[in-house]
Write a protein that binds this ligand. Sequence first.
Ligand code: NIG
Ligand code: FE
Length: 420
Amino acid sequence: MNDSAVPPTQTTLWRNARLATFADASGWGWIERGALRTEGDRIAWVGPDGQLPPTAAASVDTAEHDLQGALITPGLIDAHTHLVYGGDRAAEFEWRLQGASYEQIAQTGGGIRSTVAATRAASDAQLFDSAARRARTLMAEGVTTLEIKSGYGLTATDEARCLAVARRLGQLGDDLPLTVRTTSLAAHALPAEYAGRADGYIDAACTWLAAQQAAGLVDAVDAFCDTIGFTPAQTERIFQAAQALGLPVKLHAEQLSDQGGAGLAARYGALSCDHLEHLSAGGVAAMHAAGTVAVLLPGAYYFLRETRLPPVAALRAAGVPIAIASDHNPGSSPCLSLLLMLNMACTLFRLTPEEAWRGVTVNAARALGLRDRGALVAGQRADFAIWDAEHPREMAYRFGHNPCRRVVCGGVERRAIGWT
Ligand code: NIG
Ligand code: FE
């Protein structure tokens, strides 16, 4: 986690703003002419400008900004990325355009395995620099919290290297002030050296977790449960290893086929199940019962030209919280725009703009097990974005357009991020 030091007494007052607070269980939490006061790295007061208590109004040591009607939202949270990797898969994209499928490329040794080779060959500095550039691009659109998975190393050393790069990205303080949550995804693909020995690979991957945890490198554990990934039984062994260490789990579930992964993950109290195009009614019910968040990934759906939609109506009817993420990765979603995902969640998955926004704020925080952010409420972390817009629905409507003007992270404005 990023803990760049903000003096506990530093107070800032943002006035004359439109606010979408997401403070309640539904609605925008709209305040037409609002004010927001931060103290140190926390939000101290939010409400209508006219109700600002005299004690919360500016004093000699409070910086005050008149936003002249600009919009403030919570900082965006990208709850599913694979940001640390070497190389790219542009050639594979050309093969797919000539008719090869994502699964065919994976089965012939391309796909995730080609990124594994490029990642193993990359130096720590190369992995770090490329991931930092990607993180800055996301942050320029208002992202203040980011999940990063391993999964392209697939050896004890290379998985730890990728997690360490991710962890370091979250510890740069003023240079890159966002919060990073790390997820261990050793069960992403079977590395070539374990061909025919998937159970042996899972045995090994289970033993890496304790060392990753002891080194402070891992906040959660994930797996890819699918025909080109791992079986439910292998996935369950990863979950058992995580559970024994007290680490929360999440799952790439029901992306290309229905393996019953969501039900399995729910039995382990998963924070989230992600993708979910092939999720069954039983999977929806299990996620609801476990309080598991559905993380929908419209970038991968679009880029792989999937035709089967995730069961949004069933998720909505069951009251399963829905999050939206970029799934940034070189193979199925080489996308660095969470704002574009807002638009795609609406156009492709038929979410309302409010649902899409909840998906990158409150529900994304929940998918990461974070309770201190995602809404503009007193006591929460002072992570927010300031937009050249009148209402957040505009960002779900436009695409290829970035109206983010200022990013405040932990109470401090990070003006230069992404514009350097
Ligand atoms: O989330 N589904 C598995 N993992 C990634 C894709 C990884 C890749 O193709 O490199 C995903 O879509
Ligand atoms: Fe993914």
